[in-house]
Ligand binder design. Structure first.
Ligand code: NAP
Length: 447
């Protein structure tokens, strides 16, 4: 029997566990997570109003309920928890599926002013991540700037425009629901530094902005025209061409008089966040122009956009894991088809999958083939790995050393507590937003 630890229970961790047990009937997998709850970004990243994507949890659930898979929540690997070296001693192999845990920075003056947040902080708050802070994001805000034009930018823009009727059927925590429902933000500017044909959002997500009740989406044709892909989209790949067509539709529509406006802005790069009485009051952008090579150059012309709330949505970044090599430039662990490389040499027994392997790109389904490749590499090394001496049951060893994981039944108790909380509020399932209530529920006590 080959015992494998998968660190991280998001899509890449679950798909890795699935591939391992499907490809080899002699493998047992423990899926460890720092949180008492499984599913990673499917639980704490997918927007609450994206029911269909969230329902992927049901697929991941079947993996974690497999006979030869165990979920062990509330287990920190690394400083303050189980040292990585100890974990390697407990299992024949360890696969790190820890994602990209932080956000990229802009590196411009004023970035850390009050009122300026990473989109990740905002997403964590409305997704009830237990480490999230309630930053009073919407307090006194009338105008918001979202920097970046990827799918996360679209998510946060949409959440800012949604009203109570659309948000209350979601599982978002009550405090976030109350704050978003009371929001007075009417102008939301989503700003790209390049042109619409180079935006990273997908057409389905983009199009959804045009379906939001009480919301007008506006774009200025004059701002779009410098993009050669906008003026002549015929040579663009289909996904970009469709994006351009959607943006063109909005640019050509007469403005409506809706209570909320989403302004799609392009060819503006952020250069500074400007303060007003100690709080962000505007973002200064430099107008850019295409450089003919897919990038942009500055034009020396500037524009300030008013914003009491700034959400920086410029991508995620992997963080180093104790005991693992790390490429700071890409935010990934150097690897060969999932096998960890130390100074260019494969280290059997250590693997990576998901964003920490390939960087923060792709949709959830992209993790399937990525995880399968890693699982195949690991199973290719199985004859070598199987000769290692490991304890019969790593869980007993972990317990003996003072780690008390939240097992599957503990997670089921959390799910039950969330259903009960929702019922008490006259809503569906409502997520528990803090460590204390999660751990209390996991241990079966009344919340
Ligand atoms: P992303 O797709 O990489 O988009 C990042 C955006 O930030 C780009 O528009 C990028 O512009 C811009 N940017 C980067 N550095 C910048 C800077 N210094 N100044 C101004 N703009 C800057 O990242 P993401 O939106 O965080 O998404 C991460 C992944 O999750 C993606 O694969 C995404 O599709 C996926 N996701 C999917 C869904 C969904 O399917 N519904 C939802 C959320 C996330 P440039 O292109 O010019 O660099």
């Amino acid at each position: 029997m080959l015992r494998v630890a998968v660190v991280g229970s998001g899509p890449s961790g679950c798909y890795t566990a699935q591939s391992l047990v499907q490809l080899d009937s002699g493998v047992c997998v423990d899926v460890l997570d720092r949180l008492p709850c499984p599913y990673g970004l499917v639980r704490y990243g997918v927007a609450p109003d994206h029911e269909k994507i969230k329902s992927l949890q049901n697929n991941l659930r079947t993996v974690l309920e497999h006979d030869r898979v165990r979920f062990l929540g509330g287990v920190q690997v690394g400083p303050g928890g189980v040292p990585a070296a100890r974990l390697r001693g407990l299992y024949h192999a360890v696969v790190y599926c820890v994602g990209a845990a932080t956000d990229r920075h802009l590196g411009i003056p004023g970035e850390d002013l009050p009122g300026s947040w990473s989109a990740t902080q905002f997403v964590s708050w409305y997704s009830a991540h237990p480490d999230a802070v309630d930053g009073g994001f919407l307090r006194d805000a009338r105008s918001a700037v979202v920097i970046g034009v990827g799918n996360v930018a679209v998510d946060v823009t949409r959440m800012l425009a949604r009203g109570l009727a659309e948000l209350s059927p979601t599982d978002m925590p009550q405090a976030a629901l109350t704050a978003l429902a009371a929001s007075r933000v009417t102008e939301i500017h989503m700003v790209g530094r390049r042109g619409p044909s180079q935006a990273r959002f997908t057409t389905k997500e983009l199009r959804e902005l045009g379906t939001l009740p009480g919301t007008d989406v506006v774009a200025d044709p004059a701002e779009l025209e410098p993009d050669p892909g906008y003026t002549d989209p015929s040579a663009l790949p289909a996904p970009q061409r469709r994006n351009v067509e959607v943006v063109r539709g909005w640019a050509e529509s007469p403005p409506a008089d809706a209570p909320h406006r989403i302004h799609l802005r392009f060819f503006l790069r952020p250069v500074e966040l400007l303060a007003e009485q100690g709080h962000v009051g505007a973002v200064r952008f430099e107008r850019t122009a295409p450089d003919g090579r897919g990038g942009v150059t500055g034009t020396g012309r500037y524009e300030d956009i008013e914003a009491q709330l700034v959400l920086r949505s410029v991508g995620y970044l992997g963080v180093p894991m104790e005991g693992l090599p790390f490429d700071a430039r890409t935010g990934t662990v150097p690897n060969l088809a999932g096998r960890v490389l130390r100074e260019g040499v494969v280290t059997p027994g250590e693997y990576v999958a998901g964003w920490i392997k390939r960087g923060p790109t792709g949709v959830i389904g992209t993790n399937r083939p990525c995880a399968k490749e890693t699982a195949m590499s690991l199973l290719g090394d199985a004859p070598l790995l199987a000769s290692k001496n490991v304890p019969d049951d790593p869980l007993m060893a972990l317990r003996a050393e003072g780690t008390d994981p939240v097992e599957w039944t503990g997670w089921q108790s959390i799910e039950q507590a969330e259903a009960e909380l929702g019922a008490s509020l006259g809503r569906g399932v409502v997520k528990l937003p803090d460590w204390q209530s999660l751990m209390t529920a996991a241990h079966g006590d009344v919340v």
